[in-house]
Design a protein around this ligand. Structure first.
Ligand SMILES: Cc1ncc(COP(=O)(O)O)c(C=O)c1O
Length: 451
């Protein structure tokens, strides 16, 4: 057997492992090199919300290519970007009035952080240069976004390069962090006190923003907030005059059953970061949605955001995203996400709820995770050296299911979870197939570590 990884000139995620090749895709399926259909049970990393090869999106891309592929925003605007901004901001959801499009979630996060900083320069509060975020979060891999994130595993090699402007408080992670003597309300109150204390520690007029994923994505594994958590967060930010940046790169654009995950929390952000489900993977695109009051400060002040990328508001990327969003609206896919999401939750609980090594099942809409435990009672994780999450990935792939595995759930080293994030077009029987294959894959993987 030739060592394919050694022969490839492409720097893969591992130099020792060549991933299988995908040669095609249709609907919820990816096609392997052997011609086999594989259910895309996580849309990659919760990206492919419409599945693959959607004719309306393909046509929109081809149409835009035939008109113009690229213009620079320093010189021209373009119809696709203008129409995408109009579509996303129709009715000014939560007071968001403007959009800025970039090419990824990380670029979106960089734009959000810089916009927040410049906002305070515009209003004469230049001492605000600190950002509070949460441990075990992920905001991207560029240096600013990585510094904002609390993903211990991804931060470790680059620690010396990460800005000290960021500090981190606890996530809202009831499965492991709520004490036995606390109910949800007391736990939320404790988290709010911790955040308040961090604002106090940094000092009055120093914090420019608090950043969080409304439903924590890959790092913790689809952890929704407890009721009332984000209202407390919003209050604290408002009292301290700081902006609230919500990173909906993974959980947004319909993934949790509402267009924005924050809609279910009774609050709205000042700046929202979006990406994955925005373009559904048909083109690389991310962006930020910005509150009218932030834009108003820029209007009164310098009048321009001191930022920019060569490929921002890219016409083909925006045309693809616009088509994706039109399909979501025209096919009423948010209602479908809510309905199939309930089925996914039920099926996961039926198949794995009593499994001796599944400690927690959590999520919202079509965004769910299982967290594995060596011992359900003590919640002790499996030894990281067993790489249980990648074993489950491999076992699932053998059974024709692609899912998103992650380790380091608890602290960047310990813990394993699996993210399930099917395309919004998945049917009830697709959901049943996903949960059956996942359940069998968990059993296969557990058997392999027991031997
Ligand atoms: C919540 C969140 N923010 C930001 C990012 C970074 O996005 P990208 O990988 O497109 O740069 C991700 C990617 O996984 C994410 O899940």
């Amino acid at each position: 057997m030739p060592d394919l990884a050694a022969m490839s000139r492409l720097l893969h995620r591992s130099l020792h492992h060549m991933p299988p090749k995908a040669t095609g895709g249709h609907g919820i399926y990816l096609v392997g090199e052997d011609g086999r259909d594989i259910i895309d049970g996580s849309g990659g990393a919760a990206v492919a919300c419409l599945g693959h090869n959607h004719p309306a999106v393909n046509e929109a891309i081809a149409r835009q290519l035939a008109r113009v592929a690229y213009v620079h925003t320093g010189l021209f605007t373009n119809d696709a970007a203008e129409a995408l901004a109009d579509a996303l901001l129709e009715g000014e959801p939560g007071g968001l009035t403007h959009a800025y499009f970039v090419s990824s979630g990380s670029e979106g996060m960089e734009a959000a952080l810089k916009l927040a900083r410049q906002y305070f320069l515009e209003i004469g509060e230049s001492r605000r240069d600190r950002v509070i975020a949460r441990r075990q979060s992920y905001h991207g891999n560029t240096l600013g976004a990585l510094a904002a994130g609390g993903n211990a595993m991804r931060r470790a090699p680059y620690q010396q390069l990460l800005s000290g402007a960021f500090s981190h408080v606890s996530p809202c992670y009831a499965y492991r962090d709520r004490r036995d003597d606390e109910d949800d309300e007391a736990y939320v109150a404790r988290l709010a006190e911790e955040l308040e204390a961090e604002f106090q520690r940094l000092g009055p007029g120093r914090v420019m923003a608090f950043c969080a994923e409304p439903v924590v994505g890959a790092t913790l594994g689809c952890v929704p907030p407890l009721a009332g958590y984000f209202r407390r967060v919003r209050d604290i930010c408002d009292r301290h005059g700081a902006l609230l940046i919500l990173d909906e790169v993974m959980c947004g654009m319909g993934r949790t059953g509402t267009m924005h995950a924050w809609e279910q929390e009774g609050i709205a952000p000042d700046i929202q970061v979006v990406a994955k489900g925005l373009g559904g993977g048909y083109q690389p695109i991310g962006g930020i949605l910005i509150a009218g009051r932030v834009i108003a400060a820029f209007r009164r002040g310098s009048g321009s955001f001191m930022h920019g990328h060569t490929y921002q508001a890219h016409p083909v990327a925006c045309a693809a995203a616009l088509a994706v969003q039109q399909v979501i609206r025209d096919d009423d896919l948010l209602a479908k996400v809510r309905a199939t999401g309930e089925r996914l939750a039920d099926r996961l609980v039926e198949r794995l709820g009593n499994h001796r090594h599944v400690g927690d099942i959590r999520g919202r809409g079509l965004f769910w995770a299982i967290e594995l435990a060596a011992d359900r009672t003590s919640k002790a994780p499996f030894p990281p050296a067993l790489a249980l999450n990648t074993r489950i990935r491999d076992a699932a792939l053998e059974r024709g299911l692609a899912i998103y595995p992650m380790g380091g759930t608890i602290d960047g080293t310990h813990g394993d979870h699996i993210v399930i994030a099917p395309p919004y077009i998945a049917t009830a029987s697709d959901i049943d197939a996903i949960t059956e294959r996942l359940g069998d894959a968990v059993d296969d993987a557990i058997r392999s570590v027991a031997n």
